[in-house]
Design a protein around this ligand. Sequence first.
Ligand SMILES: C[S@@+](CC[C@H](N)C(=O)[O-])C[C@H]1O[C@@H](n2cnc3c(N)ncnc32)[C@H](O)[C@@H]1O
Length: 304
Amino acid sequence: MAANYFVAHELSADPFALLRQFACRGGPSQSEYPLFDAWVEKTSDRVRAGALAASDVHRFWRSLGEPYLSGSLAGRTLTKPFGYPGDFALLDDLYRGTISERAELVQWDRYLQGQAAPRAVRNRLPYFAARVDEADRRSASAEVLVLGCGPGRDIASYLESRPASRVRFLAVDRDPRALTHAATLCRGRAGAIEFAKIDVLGYVPSKAFDLIWAAGLFDYFSDRLFARLLRKYFACLRPGGELVIGNFSTANPSRAYMELVGDWELLYRSSQTLAEIARRAGCGSFHIGSEVEGINLFLHVERP
Ligand SMILES: C[S@@+](CC[C@H](N)C(=O)[O-])C[C@H]1O[C@@H](n2cnc3c(N)ncnc32)[C@H](O)[C@@H]1O
């Protein structure tokens, strides 16, 4: 309440006054998180009401210059150094909970890593491992296709924790830099994985899989494209196989922060929308799950 009052008061004079104070100290301290949270909420309201343009907010962050823009997680989210949102380097830093070693960036990074969305990203790892384990139980020689593998942290941590696993992976991404990064992470188990530079939109696999996994990918696709790809990849499952597609939920509490601070827009979907898409795509047997935060939803489609 007090934080809300303070921020509302500040916003009426200068929408960025609070952020300027934070910037002098390398970001908000933990005791200032409620103030920053309230700033995000109020500013998001103002943008929705048309009282402030999101581009002006982004311009403010850009005005902080270096090292914020290329060194902090939030700055990299905004500047997109690889040309697209959610690049492999940023994602891998979210998985690893990386905090900058530079004193002037530490507090910005700590705040970001504590948000619900990065926690949900980290929760993909056990969720992925459980699905691969299940595929491994179903098949003596399980084959897994990972669409838009990004940093490959999910595969690397799976293989690291299961040194005797016989599961084989095909990891595809359209960014060759992501594939190089993923191959480096997985080099200890190079025999278990094949990497391929592939655009999932036009790709037609030449074989079928026990598990097809896509996280952080369909959040960028329209409902129509989602349904088209769902149909296509469903047809690439072996009997008894499973297709799992992650999508951030409409309940993501970090949404306003991601949009205002990082200009990171996703197509958020509810369980109902995912179910509707699955029905429209003609999938008979499916269910919706989520990681423990309930923020990253997963559509599971099973092939009988
Ligand atoms: C947000 S990252 C998610 C990475 C990974 N799946 C994870 O959960 O950690 C999305 C990845 O999908 C890749 N990607 C986006 N569109 C693609 C497409 N049409 N074909 C192949 N890869 C794509 C990007 O290059 C990026 O590496």
